[in-house]
Ligand binder design. Structure first.
Ligand SMILES: Nc1ncnc2c1ncn2[C@@H]1O[C@H](COP(=O)(O)OP(=O)(O)OP(=O)(O)O)[C@@H](O)[C@H]1O
Ligand SMILES: Cc1cn([C@H]2C[C@H](O)[C@@H](COP(=O)(O)O)O2)c(=O)[nH]c1=O
Length: 210
């Protein structure tokens, strides 16, 4: 699957829990939509039964079981939802993608090469937006909002995840994935605007990926 490039563009939003992935994905979708760009916004784990099992099951499923569940959901969602949208020429905005597995399953002590192998040949995004913010700020927001998962409910998760994403981004760059570090502003609209400018610039300058 990895050699195949489709007319649409896949943009992944990654970063520690609470950094603002969901907020910013929604704002970018809104802004691109207002520019008349055909957008499909989605999330991982997916909204399928398999995805919901992973999303709400982090207390029950751990280690290799959770790693396999998340990878299976990603492969299925690519086939059933993401690749068809890319084939139609849409910009697909994905709240979490493979880096989330490298980091979160890494926190369950699954070696990076094992997680990468489970994600074998997943579609390479056209852009990975690695959202970053001071971990102390993210931790504070997370505690105010409440953790969504076993990972986020563990004190100090923002610090561990921040380091994990920095390492994952280095790894993904080495695999040829296009990663942009995005320092999140206090106002998520400002960050979304920066990303929309980036998307217009990158995709207008190189409309087709080899
Ligand atoms: N730039 C920002 N500055 C301040 N607060 C923000 C910012 N972005 C998002 N928030 C707030 O922080 C909280 C977490 O945001 P959000 O749910 O978008 O993060 P997330 O990265 O998707 O989290 P998770 O990984 O848990 O799904 C929300 O209450 C949101 O309103
Ligand atoms: C994509 C992905 C997700 N998870 C887990 C972690 C959380 O429980 C949910 C995501 O929920 P959130 O609202 O986005 O925080 O799924 C995982 O363990 N591995 C993954 O690759």
């Amino acid at each position: 699957m990895s050699a195949l490039r489709l007319p649409g563009k896949l943009v992944a939003f990654e970063g520690p829990g609470g950094v603002g992935k969901t907020t910013i994905t929604a704002l970018v979708a809104e802004l691109l939509g207002a520019d008349g760009v055909p957008v499909h916004a989605t999330v991982q784990p997916s909204r399928s039964p398999l995805g919901e099992l992973a999303r709400h099951g982090t207390d029950t499923y751990r280690d290799m079981a959770l790693a396999c569940l998340c990878a299976a959901d990603r492969h299925h969602q690519l086939t059933s939802e993401i690749l068809p949208a890319l084939a139609e020429g849409k910009i697909v905005l994905c709240d979490r993608y493979a880096a989330s597995s490298l980091v979160l399953q890494g926190l369950d002590d699954i070696p990076l090469d094992v997680v990468w192998a489970l994600n074998h040949d997943v579609y390479r995004p056209d852009l990975v937006c690695a959202l970053n913010a001071p971990p102390a700020d993210v931790e504070q927001r997370l505690r105010a909002r409440g953790g969504h998962s076993r990972f986020e409910r563990t004190p100090g998760s923002s610090f561990r995840e921040t380091l994990g994403y920095l390492a994952a981004m280095t790894f993904l760059r080495d695999q040829g994935w296009p990663v942009e570090m995005i320092e999140c502003a206090d106002d998520p609209r400002a960050t979304a605007g920066t990303i929309v400018d980036l998307i217009h610039r990158i995709f207008t300058e190189s409309p087709a990926c080899p």
